[in-house]
Design a protein around this ligand. Structure first.
Ligand code: SF4
Length: 171
């Protein structure tokens, strides 16, 4: 069921990060709406010109997204993070890679998250709790993919670095 959903919705690691960080951002990403597209739909005539100079920061790294390193010999997938924030989001994204590799290879993979700023790391096992979290997140993503309505959102620290901040009114 999980892998069928992943394939059908074309889910990858960033979806699992977004759904933890912000349901609205996840919805936008699932529906392939970025700031420039939205703005051109709703704003006045000058918007299209203005947005042609906007860079969608949330799109950075979305394409060709892959784990930072795959240790095929020891079945460990490595993911680097600059800071130690958003632990749950980083964990779910990394565990997603480990699960997909486990499904693909039939081996038990683990994920290792490296926090570059503190030179620390944590290992994530695909235990029952993690598998349940991944399944729940995939179900939430399915609901968001089906929903025609933009989810409600509240201001959060992440908004400061999100290209949708103007749309959300959280600039
Ligand atoms: S600006 Fe904030 S609330 Fe809006 S999509 Fe981005 S993170 Fe979510």
């Amino acid at each position: 069921m999980f892998s069928e959903r992943v394939e059908r919705l074309n889910l990858h690691g960033l979806h699992f990060q977004h759904v933890v960080l912000c349901k609205r951002r996840a919805w936008m990403y699932l529906h392939r709406i970025n700031f420039a597209q939205w703005y051109s739909r709703v704003a006045l005539g000058t918007a299209r010109h203005l947005t042609s100079y906007q860079r969608d920061r949330s799109a950075i790294g979305l394409f060709g997204l892959a784990p930072d390193r795959i240790d095929w010999q020891h079945y460990i997938v490595h993911e680097n993070k600059g800071s130690g924030g958003a632990v749950q989001a980083a964990n779910l994204q990394s565990a997603f890679y480990a699960l997909m590799l486990s499904i693909a290879t039939g081996k038990n993979w683990t994920a290792m998250v490296h926090i570059l700023s503190t030179r620390s790391q944590r290992t994530l096992e695909l235990d029952h709790a993690m598998l349940a979290s991944l399944l729940k997140a995939s179900e939430e993503l399915e609901q968001l993919a089906r929903s025609k309505t933009v989810p409600t959102a509240s201001r959060k620290k992440l908004c400061g670095a999100c290209s949708l901040a103007l749309f959300c009114g959280f600039v």
